[in-house]
Design a protein around this ligand. Structure first.
Ligand code: F6P
Length: 563
């Protein structure tokens, strides 16, 4: 792990060897690497199997020598020690002086992890038990609103890590909803403008609606603003119901659960202590779906399946902890990214799941990767004189084929792509005819997935056709990609997939010498937004503003004056 005297990665011998290696390699087309591989061993050599996942890195623009140099870089950058530090609870989040222990959230109950004198595992399982009790009451239809009716709708109010992870997983695993639970629907509202929330408020019944206020800090204005609107909506509709007035305290008690690392702020807001789920400062927001922030997940798939999700992630943690670097899936994935970003100058990365259930996976990864590694200052406070996190974006692959694949195939921008797909699908559909049709759609989808990564790699060589074609119909290929296949999309494989990416991010951060667990780059915007709001409200003069911002504010004021 980097310390006060850590060299920056670009001064390490392996980095310099990679720069020399890249001089030659940059010119080589990936299709030549397959041609030169006489025994057809690239897949065997560059793919790994772990925890229900197959990771194929053979379409990366690298060879055995590249990997040897990259593994040397990982060792010189101290990756093995960094992994140990992360998993054992060292204070790896240096700017906030605390550990980053999301892996502790998925340790089995019989494990032990003492961090600075505390048995973390016992605390974690206690909080899971508390969450399980709330989930059970809601599933049994025993949680009643202030007027006595059982809760039927739950709206998660949170943003960033308190929204993206739970939303992504609940959608991905919606087919795992146990049949024998009280029919409960879970929704998400995150945007500060209220546009998502208002959709629910206009059609839901306040008597049977419960809100989960999810916010690690419990200071996030987006979430608190939505929470206030929700509270007013409930109070105005429920306190004056029927002959006997209902107290505001009862309404808030029965219609709000809080999930936060700040019990004091939850209490101040009015959340009843029995309805507070807590977690710890040492869990980063974007790494928090594994604990109480995962309440919406447990409500949708049940606690047993939630524990399967944790078990899948733990299997990946175990692999990450014990496997030599060259066979370590998160390390290999990270090294492919380092090679692309720092030595092949590929600064865009697209995430392309080939399964509608993974619709929100790329949005989730955008936060995980870019909020973690979108940084230009090292742990030592030096300016990083090399590229770090690429621009990452994505969309369901089949739909993106009809949107931005044009750029991937014929644009001027080199892009690394991750293709993600389950191997088996729909084997649990009972009706035979429907199963047959859906499985045929699944084969079509996989065929598209495999065809697209092949075409991106080979370009025109993907078709055996020598007919001359005009330039606008040519494909140059040479776009590197990784394919991740899940045996099936289950709680376990989804858990290991997410953990794979979490650890990839950590390994890259270690090599780049940056701290992936803070996010100082989002703070100033919040402060300035507060000041700007005061100006918009007319409480503070906007004289000192730049001409552009003043012009925009004037436009707003004019619109208010003349609707
Ligand atoms: O503003 C960024 C951020 O702090 C993210 O890191 C976090 O996931 C999100 O806001 C929500 O924060 P909280 O859970 O504290 O409301």
């Amino acid at each position: 792990m980097a310390n006060a005297t850590s060299p920056t990665p670009d001064t390490l011998p392996a980095w310099q060897a990679l720069e020399r290696h890249a001089e030659v390699h940059r010119q080589r087309h990936v299709s030549r690497l397959f041609d030169e591989d006489q025994n057809n061993q690239r897949f065997t050599r560059f793919s790994r199997r772990v925890a229900g996942l197959t990771l194929d890195l053979s379409k990366q623009r690298w060879d055995g020598d590249t990997l040897t140099h990259l593994l040397a870089l990982a060792r010189e950058a101290g990756v093995p020690d960094a992994i140990d530090g992360l998993l054992s609870g060292r204070r790896v989040n240096t700017s906030e002086d605390r550990p980053a222990l999301h892996t502790a959230l998925r340790l089995p109950a019989d494990a032990t992890l003492n961090v600075e004198g505390e048995d973390v595992v016992a605390e974690v399982h206690q909080s899971l038990e508390q969450m399980a009790a709330l989930v059970e009451r809601l599933h049994a239809g025993q949680w009643r609103g202030a007027t006595g009716k059982p809760i039927q709708r739950v709206i998660n109010l949170g943003v960033g890590g308190s929204d993206l992870g739970p939303q992504m997983v609940t959608h991905a695993l919606a087919d795992f909803t146990p049949a024998a639970i009280h029919p409960l629907k879970v929704h998400f509202a995150s945007t500060m403008d209220g546009s998502q929330l208002v959709d629910y408020l206009s059609r839901l019944d306040p008597e049977t609606t419960l809100f989960v206020l999810s916010s690690k800090s419990f200071t996030t204005v987006d979430t608190l603003t939505n929470a206030e609107t929700a509270r007013d909506w409930l109070l105005s509709r429920l306190t004056r119901q029927g002959a006997t007035p209902i107290s505001p305290e009862l309404v808030i008690r029965q219609h709000f659960i809080g999930v936060s690392a700040s019990p004091e702020r939850m209490t101040r807001w009015g959340i009843a202590p029995a309805h507070q789920l807590r977690f710890w400062e040492w869990v980063g927001g974007r790494y928090s779906l594994w604990g109480t922030i995962g309440l919406p997940i447990a409500l949708v798939i049940g606690m047993a399946n939630f524990r399967r999700l944790l078990a899948g992630a733990h299997a990946m943690d175990d692999h990450f902890a014990r496997t030599p670097l060259g066979d370590n899936a998160p390390v290999m994935l990270a090294l492919a990214g380092i090679w692309n970003v720092n030595f092949l100058d590929i600064r865009a990365h697209s995430i392309l799941p080939y399964d509608g259930r993974l619709e929100y996976f790329s949005a989730y990864l955008e936060q995980l990767e870019m909020e973690s590694n979108g940084k230009s200052v090292t742990r030592d406070g030096a300016f990083a004189n090399y590229a770090t996190c690429p621009v990452l974006w994505g969309q369901l692959g089949p739909n993106a084929q009809h949107a931005f694949y044009q750029l991937l195939h014929q644009g001027t921008q080199p892009v690394e792509c991750d293709f993600i797909a389950p191997l088996s699908r729909y084997d649990d559909v009972e009706d035979r005819d429907t199963r047959r049709l859906l499985q045929s759609q699944h084969r079509l989808t996989l065929a598209n997935c495999f065809a697209q990564s092949r075409l991106l790699m080979l370009g025109d060589d993907a078709i055996a056709d020598d007919t001359p074609r005009p330039a606008h119909k040519r494909y140059r290929g040479n776009q590197p990609s990784t394919t991740v296949l899940l045996d099936r999309l289950t709680p376990e494989t989804l858990g290991s997939l997410i953990a794979l990416y979490e650890h990839k991010v950590f390994v890259q951060a270690t090599i780049w010498g940056i701290n992936p667990f803070d996010q100082w780059g989002v703070e100033l915007g919040k402060r300035i937004a507060g000041q700007t709001q005061q100006m918009l409200e007319g409480d503070v003069a906007s004289d000192g503003m730049d001409a552009s911002t003043r012009g925009l504010m004037d436009a707003f004021r004019a619109s208010v004056e003349q609707p």
